[in-house]
Write a protein that binds this ligand. Structure first.
Ligand code: HEM
Length: 516
């Protein structure tokens, strides 16, 4: 029997060699015909076609996975536009596993996705399914009415009056400063920022911090990092997600839930009168209390807490890290910012909300960071009903079909030189970190969107800018000089959900010899 099988193997191999390519070609043709037929029923044309058959599509799919693993996502994104049709230079498309994906860096397309055609694009069902174990049915994963309800639930905690109370920021910045080594010694400030923002956001949400500055390898911190890493992989390789091991991911989520759950239970155990009374106290009233006023469902509260935890932690930590990375290369900018801080706040006092808003030089420094390193470098929307993305002037619109995915990259778009004014005395090369450019320049609409735009604009924008400016003030007050202690030029962007410096940010800070 073995012999007869051996005799059959060459024939079987030949059959496979002929059949598989034929099948691939036939599938490619069917796929193309189906998409063409659907496109013929709507207005608009295709974007530049990057891959029209399963072989080239698979090549691009696996290349994206490889480039992500090697932290070369931006290079990969740009390479896909290299051969785009000049009539549609900023959008390309490919179809993989029967699903059409359009990749764009065109500000007008992003505007259409996020505002003009807002209701026709959303997170979509696949995104919801992929993220559900971690973020449930929260503000991040839902569309339509469900999303609107989440947004209404969360909004009251981000009004100006709440953000003006800077006690939590002061508390965690003091701990951060206490963890810094003596003058001139090397520290990875990126690691400390990630721990500080985690402590601050858990305190803000739950009224209780995970104390990661004191306890860096705590279960919660480790689990949070692991869950995010697997989540990113699941999102990138969504069509293959069933093959990705999920044991650690599920275990990690359980650890996060075990930490949050007792606080939710304690809050839900409060009577409505007790809750009402706490809501009148600025200091005691937390995000959790606010949600319990509107929902008694522990699952609803768990999901929103998880979403804001994710949104509010890495984004600010990464932006602060990139800011210190850049400032360490520009001692003059550090000195200038320091002088402005000392003039406005003095050497010791904690800044007020008004101080932070007056310090426009800090806003410019942070905007410049967010221009070069937007915290959410890549994003996606799903086409919820047939729609279009605007064509270049004189060109037809691009048709989008229900179920299509639109991938857009704020990082890539904000690095396209054509979108900037020519280099001049007042406008440095766009590749260079230059906060001063913001004194004379306002970006064109939709060309600077680190917080996104439209109805789904980041709800924590003011909170984030306040938190980051507060931290910068505290560091600038204390340290007169900053020095990079690694290979500055070898730094790279590690793009997980949030893009952070892949090598950390090893620096030395020098305390001012003379207090003003
Ligand atoms: C540098 C800091 C930050 C940046 C660059 C940033 C950026 C963004 C972006 C790009 C989105 C849109 C995501 C999408 O719809 O696909 C977003 C949404 C969101 N952000 Fe932020 N974020 C930052 C900080 C924060 C903070 C500190 C919080 C809360 C404490 C927060 C809460 C949220 C929430 C809840 C959403 C979802 C809004 C919605 O879908 O309606 N963010 N953020």
């Amino acid at each position: 029997m073995l012999q007869s099988l051996q005799a059959q193997i060459p024939g079987l191999a030949l059959w496979l060699v002929i059949t598989i390519p034929c099948l691939v070609v036939v599938l490619g043709i069917i796929e193309r015909l189906v998409v063409n037929y659907r496109l013929s029923k709507v207005d608009g044309v295709r974007a530049s076609i990057l891959a029209w058959n399963p072989v080239t599509s698979f090549y691009h799919f696996f290349k994206a996975g490889y480039m992500h693993a090697n932290n070369r996502m931006l290079e990969n994104f740009f390479s896909m536009f290299k051969d785009a049709d000049p009539r549609c230079p900023h959008a390309v498309e490919m179809t993989i596993f029967g699903r059409r994906s359009i990749l764009t860096v065109d500000p007008e397309h992003i505007k259409a996705l996020l505002t003009t055609n807002f209701t026709q694009f959303g997170k979509g069902e696949m995104f919801h399914r992929t993220w559900k174990p971690f973020l449930g049915d929260s503000i991040f994963t839902t569309d339509g009415q469900m999303w609107q309800q989440s947004r209404n639930l969360i909004r009251p905690m981000f009004i100006k009056q709440k953000i003006r109370d800077l006690d939590i920021l002061e508390r965690w910045n003091d701990v951060l400063i206490s963890k810094l080594p003596p003058s001139g010694q090397t520290v990875d400030i990126c690691d400390l920022f990630y721990r500080m923002t985690l402590d601050a956001i858990t305190d803000y949400l739950l009224g209780h911090s995970v104390d990661s500055l004191d306890n860096p390898n705590g279960e919660f911190t480790t689990a949070f990092t692991k869950v995010q890493r697997t989540q990113m992989l699941l999102a990138i390789l969504a069509p293959l997600k069933r093959f990705i091991p999920k044991g650690e991911y599920i275990k990690g989520i359980k650890i996060l839930e075990a930490f949050i759950q007792p606080f939710i239970e304690a809050t839900l155990a409060l009577t409505p009168e007790e809750l009402e009374s706490i809501s009148k106290s600025d200091k005691e009233f937390t995000f959790l209390h606010n949600m319990a006023l509107f929902s008694r469902d522990p699952k609803v509260i768990r999901d929103q807490i998880m979403a804001v935890l994710l949104a509010g932690r890495d984004t600010t930590a990464a932006t602060l890290s990139w800011t210190l990375y850049e400032l360490s290369n520009y001692p003059k900018i550090w000195s200038r910012l320091r002088s402005r801080v000392l003039e406005t706040v003095g050497p010791d006092a904690a800044p007020t909300y008004e101080d932070l808003k007056d310090l426009t030089c800090l806003t410019h420094a942070l905007y410049e960071t967010l221009r070069l390193y937007p915290a959410v470098p890549f994003n996606v929307r799903s086409c919820l009903e047939d729609s279009t993305l605007p064509g270049k002037p004189g060109q037809p619109d691009i048709a989008t079909l229900k179920g299509d995915h639109i991938l857009y990259s704020t990082l890539a778009m904000q690095r396209i030189k054509d979108f900037y004014p020519p280099v001049s005395e007042k406008f440095a090369d766009p590749d260079i970190y230059s906060p001063e450019r913001w004194e004379h320049w306002t970006p064109k609409p939709w060309q600077f969107i680190p917080f996104n735009g439209g109805p789904r604009i980041c709800i924590g924008q003011n909170f984030a800018m306040t938190e980051m400016a507060f931290t910068l003030v505290r560091l600038l007050q204390r340290y007169e000089r900053i020095e990079y202690r690694g290979d500055w030029a070898a730094q790279y962007l590690k793009a997980d959900i949030v893009g952070c410096p892949g090598q950390g940010v090893p620096i030395a800070l020098y305390e001012a010899k003379q207090r003003y």
